[in-house]
Design a protein around this ligand. Sequence first.
Ligand code: AVJ
Length: 317
Amino acid sequence: MVTEMTELARHVAEGLARNPKTLSSMYFYDDAGSRLFQQIMALPEYYPTRAEFAIFREHGAAIGAALGGTAGESFTLLELGAGDGAKTKLLLRELLAAKSEFTYAPVDISAGAMSGLVATLAQELPALRVVPVVETYADALDQLHTQPGRKAVLFLGSNIGNFHPADRLDFLRQLAAPLNEEDRLLIGFDLRKDPRRIRAAYDDAQGITAAFNLNLLTRLNRELGADFDLARWQHFTDYEPLTGAVRSFLVSTEAQNIHFEGLELTVPFAAWEVIHTENSYKFTRPQIEALAAEAGLRVVDFFTDGAGDFADVVLAA
Ligand code: AVJ
């Protein structure tokens, strides 16, 4: 019997019918995937999280001031893709210390990550007002239009790097649309650097990133009744310095048919055929400035870590 297709089912049927076959990195983040991403953030090779931490440690007060606005005036701090919120806590502490009046609205598609975040916030920052939102970015953005009062939106960790260039501009325009003059946007961008360091960050020696990528297949086995045998798949990633794109793939090491029991679907794979699962773009400062301008946004502040590995950019409409 064919039951109602879930969003994931529709996405998989559509993405695996394409050439090249594609799945969205958005589906990495089931509860197991969110836990693997937490392990990635602690890897010696994965520099972005440490670099953004360094920015918040060094410039937290200035960033808080840029987002906090006028003292006493209340606002909503919405964070897209909050995850475990470890970095955000530094900013939340700055805002609380500055006596800002605000409600923190973390948005994440992982219910597990969200309940973990809510629990640690209640313990570590009991004075904080939190309204958790378990939704996709798109749904959360729709709500921004009807959100009363001043808004500050966080989009950290170079999540913006996952967007294809064409979608990236659309997304920024969508982010910009509900913003009033006094609202602020803080976006994290991973900057271009030694290509070998970038490549290593997505192909770590312990194989955690490989497990993170392959977990997508485990998710399809569980949720769509697929029969992926993980022994016949490999993680592969490369960095292309001309475009600034890290691209990640799942590689079929032999010819095979994959059955999706839940979808009444069989997908053939040739030997060494790939599924493109993620883009993680790296940026230059002029590129970020041009992107902001194209989206109708003004660069208010541009913060980087000492090594120049990462940038947190304050934008306004
Ligand atoms: C969560 C999107 C910022 O692209 O660097 C890490 C995800 N993928 N290792 C990134 C990821 C492989 C990460 N973001």
